[in-house]
Design a protein around this ligand. Structure first.
Ligand code: KIV
Length: 315
């Protein structure tokens, strides 16, 4: 634990200053006003807090965490409990953005009652303000909205369909497939979805659907014509250890930054250059410990560190 950690409330707005919360209706209003929606994934407290403080409108606890955080090959393995764990951390960090949680593979593919139970957990136990589900599942969307759970749909390249698609392939590449995509988007909107992620589809199709649809579209690999854009945080800052997809723009090289910091720390430890005297605690001036008989100060019955002795450790 860091000794320099500020109180948990330190990022609350000053008294009297209220930050308008982004809500699902606020996203629709942004579409109406042609105001682009910024969205980003986050999976933990620190990145969610940075994204929120940077003014990102929608923070998605994406099931991409299976790959970029947990090291799985695809998104299929992540569980409801793991998603809940990360959603809670993000919820603790966020003051302004809309927090959306991905329903993981298998958590909404069976009976509607079971999907409803799982979705309620994201809202009730983890603080999600909407859940995202992949595919044109209109009956399910209707049931969830009926249960007061705002829904973000996800169409086009839906990563949970990786085996059916035979890999991560751009979807809706023919006029016929693009028309089907448009029909699915309208059906989701009709069923009550509040927004739709369009992933990996031709920009022309995404732009046309966006212009016609009454609810916002948020694109990833879907061109500039969507109402908003979303990227995976680890793609944005180069923490993915793989060549980026065509649609990714890297805004920072965190891998290089972190690698260099870690290497410099290791070298300093190896050369006894860390910690310095200024980074060390001191006995009060002129108090020496004196020589001790070997082992005399070691109380083996009480060998656990006594925290009281360190109460001034942060000073
Ligand atoms: O899981 C995820 O990160 C996503 C985004 C790519 C939209 O679904």
């Amino acid at each position: 634990m860091s000794l320099t950690q500020p109180p948990a409330s330190a990022h609350l707005s000053p008294p009297g200053v209220s930050i308008p919360k982004v809500t699902m209706p606020a996203l629709s209003e942004m579409k109406r006003q042609a105001k682009p929606i910024s969205a980003l994934t986050a999976y933990d407290y620190s990145t969610a807090r940075l994204a929120d403080e940077a003014g990102i409108d929608l923070i998605l606890v994406g099931d991409s965490l299976a790959m970029v955080v947990l090291g799985h090959e695809n998104t299929l393995a992540v569980t409801v409990d793991e998603m809940l764990h990360h959603t809670r951390a993000v919820h603790r960090a966020v003051r302004r953005a809309l927090v959306v949680a991905d329903m993981p593979f298998g958590s909404y593919h069976g009976a509607i009652a079971e999907a409803l139970t799982n979705a309620v957990r994201f809202v009730k136990e983890a603080g999600a303000e909407a859940v995202k589900i992949e595919g044109p599942r209109t009956e399910l969307v209707r049931a969830l909205v009926e249960a007061e759970i705002p829904i973000v749909g996800h169409l086009g390249l839906t990563p949970q369909s990786v085996h059916r698609m035979g890999g991560y392939r751009v979807q809706a590449r023919t006029a016929e497939a693009a028309r089907r995509l448009r029909a699915d988007a309208f059906a989701l909107a009709q069923a009550g979805a509040g927004a739709i992620v369009l992933e990996g589809v031709p920009r022309e199709a995404a732009a046309e659907i966006t212009a016609a649809l009454p609810i916002p579209t948020i694109g990833i690999g879907a061109g500039p014509g969507c109402d908003g854009q979303i990227l995976v945080f680890h793609d944005l800052v180069n923490l993915t250890f793989a060549p980026p997809a065509k649609f990714v723009r890297r805004y920072a090289d965190a891998a290089a930054l972190f690698r260099s910091a870690i290497e410099r720390y290791r070298e300093d430890v190896e050369h006894r250059a860390f910690p310095s005297d200024a980074e060390s605690y001191h006995l009060p001036a002129r108090q020496a410990m004196g020589a001790a008989a070997p082992g005399a100060d070691f109380d083996s019955d009480n060998a656990v560190v006594n925290r009281d002795a360190f109460e001034d450790w942060a000073s």
